[in-house]
Ligand binder design. Structure first.
Ligand SMILES: [Cu+2]
Length: 247
């Protein structure tokens, strides 16, 4: 079988033959296959890079909560949810009982009173509390219950809040903070919920990706990416050259 003449292939203007740097005779048919392969390679590489990039840009938002003495009493993680922002975390070393907890409007936690965090995050100009007819603040949250051993689970949604850019974003110019209060929130008294002093506070911090998932220089993944990128450029250049030569 002649190279490029497989399976009844016919070329009405005659099969144009040429030699490339490998010394092998090539035909338009062969070139088409090579172009297709190169195209598939480039698309696959682009898809891989885009997927990696999307992963790296997935926001990871946490707040390390500290008490008035500067001691870490817990960590909360924030993720986008259908109806707002989901909070999940654990706290310990806090007074047992029911405590008001809110997202406050400024991302500054200056102990011991944490007044620096400002009022509740309220970008929509509502009044405090889900039991308030004119409520609620975007930063309002259900009460947090601390057990007799001082531990508690944060599992709640900040309804109407977002993490991406926009009017209800927790990442506006001055950031925001998670604040835990001394007493329970009545979920109706504007603007505070009457939940007493602030006993713990954590600034919402956004990372582009968890540190453990970021590639480091010298990682096999980085080297493979560089080699794959170089390969794709080489293939694309080869395709362009061949197309010119076959004209
Ligand atoms: Cu508060």
């Amino acid at each position: 079988m002649t190279v490029g003449r497989a399976g009844g292939y016919s070329d009405p203007v005659g099969c144009r033959m040429r030699r490339d740097t490998t010394g092998l005779e090539k035909t338009k048919e062969g070139n088409t296959v090579r172009i297709a392969l190169a195209f598939v390679t480039i698309v696959a590489l682009a898809a891989t890079l885009l997927a990696g990039s999307a992963l790296a840009q997935t926001p990871s938002v946490t707040a390390e909560v500290k008490d008035a003495g500067g001691k870490v009493v817990g960590v909360a993680r924030f993720t986008a949810a259908a109806d707002g922002v989901q909070l999940a975390g654990q706290v310990q070393g806090l007074p047992p009982g029911v405590h008001g907890i809110h997202i406050h409007t400024v991302g500054t936690c200056a102990p011991p009173d944490f007044v620096s965090a400002g009022g509740h995050f309220n970008p929509t100009g509502k009044k405090h509390g889900t039991k308030n007819a004119e409520g609620h603040h975007v930063g309002d949250l259900p009460n947090l219950t601390i057990a007799a051993d001082g531990t508690g689970t944060i599992q709640m949604v900040a309804k109407g809040a977002t993490l991406s850019a926009g009017a209800t974003s927790l990442f506006d110019a001055d950031g925001s903070a998670l604040v835990i209060h001394a007493g329970p929130d009545d979920e109706a008294t504007d603007p505070t919920g009457n939940s007493g002093g602030r006993i713990a506070c954590g600034v919402l911090t956004q990372l582009s990706a968890p540190a453990s998932s970021l590639p480091r220089t010298g990682d096999p993944a980085v080297i493979v990416s560089i080699l794959a990128g170089a390969g794709a450029l080489f293939a694309a250049g080869g395709v362009a050259l061949r197309r010119r030569q076959t004209r």
